[in-house]
Design a protein around this ligand. Structure first.
Ligand code: TXA
Ligand code: MG
Length: 336
């Protein structure tokens, strides 16, 4: 995929999505490309959820200053069960409201194939089965989970027409499937089923409908962020809000101290690297998109090496480097 793709717009009718359009979209996704498509809520910007590189490109296209976790979209509940663990409440909600505008945040399964970057290194994953015919056709044709944040630039409101998507993302993504206006125009409702079910984001499915089936616990944080504005991470206090390694992180390291593991960047060797407990390079060729794709999995692997400290070489703050540094700084922050 090229750095500056020409954005193709293909019309599909929501009633009968041409199979050819869905097949075309699936081929672009399989090649690591970015495809905007309508859902019943808002337009999503889709990428292959199992490819760290595709997910990194997605963050880059949206211009997100931080890696917020993304929703994995799948064709049916069976596909969702291959990603996450469903408790009783989650099963009831899925049975009642899928396909439809409900997202569930659930414990991520150990063998979940979704890239760590897509879940921002968390042990939880957001999953949703959309009901829109075009979204469904693409998910069926692709056959793998698709991460899809709202298809707008960071800081802008969620798009409800293909024209909105084009205005924000022209020249940054490969394809927009135009299915006309989205029926609901409001993002999905997000419920976490980790302990007692909690409403994380109000959305297109009303709270009252959910409460007919399950009791919602009080959200740990009073004010939910506005649902139409990017993009406060909405994991409230009681949930892990970011990936926290066991090891201490030492940032902007130029040399490796005794016993440290090394998270390298680019081809410049760090002093003492030969003696490091373990070494992984975010991107030998200094590519920030590749570095983003490797960030969480490399941190986890170095953490697993047992070294008490991970020395992290400087990563430039341009492009995705801003989000990479944001995550590294959070992971390095002292914890209670
Ligand atoms: O209606 C929708 O949900 C649309 C369509 C395209 O499906 N998608 C959407 O995605 O609104 P996005 O990325 O704009 O918003 C997803 C929200 C973010 O605020 C993110 O922080 C939260 O879901 N989220 C994702 N994974 C999470 C997790 N594991 N724990 C807590 N919050 C999570
Ligand atoms: Mg959004």
């Amino acid at each position: 995929m090229t750095a500056q793709p020409a954005t193709q717009v293909l019309e599909a009718s929501a009633g009968a999505p041409p199979a050819a359009v869905a097949e075309h979209a699936a081929r672009i996704l399989a090649a690591g490309g970015l495809v905007a498509f309508p859902t019943e809520t808002v337009y999503g910007l889709g990428a292959d959820a199992t490819s760290g590189a595709a997910v990194a490109r997605l963050y880059d296209a949206k211009g997100r200053p931080a890696f917020n976790p993304l929703i994995a979209h799948v064709a049916d509940a069976a596909a969702a069960r291959a990603l996450a663990r469903f408790d009783h409440a989650a099963e009831r909600l899925a049975a009642a409201f899928w396909p439809g505008p409900l997202t569930l945040v659930l414990p991520r399964l150990a063998h979940c194939p979704v890239a760590e970057l897509a879940t921002a290194g968390l042990d939880t994953i957001a999953v949703r089965v959309p009901s829109h015919a075009i979204a469904r056709a693409i998910l069926v044709a692709f056959g793998r989970p698709v991460v899809a944040p709202s298809a707008n630039r960071s800081g802008h409101v969620s798009p409800t027409t293909a024209q909105h998507v084009l205005a924000d993302l022209r020249g940054r993504i490969e394809l927009i499937v135009d299915g006309g206006g989205t029926p609901m125009g409001l993002e999905s409702t997000i419920i976490a089923c980790l302990e007692a079910p909690v409403l994380l984001r109000p959305g297109a499915l009303a709270r009252a409908q959910i409460e007919r089936l399950v009791r919602l616990a009080e959200a740990p944080r009073a004010a939910a962020p506005p649902s139409d504005i990017e993009e406060l991470p909405i994991a409230p206090g009681a949930l892990a809000s970011h990936y926290a390694p066991r090891a201490r992180l030492r940032l902007n390291a130029q040399r490796v101290e005794q016993g440290e593991a090394l998270l390298a960047f680019a081809a410049v060797p760090a002093e003492g690297a030969a003696h490091a407990a373990a070494v992984l390079n975010l991107s030998q060729r200094g590519d920030l998109i590749e570095a983003a794709a490797n960030l969480f999995s490399h941190l986890r692997a170095l953490d697993a090496s047992g070294a008490p400290t991970i020395a992290v070489m400087p990563v430039p703050r341009t492009g995705l480097g801003e989000a990479i540094n944001d995550r590294l700084e959070r992971a390095a922050a002292p914890r209670a």
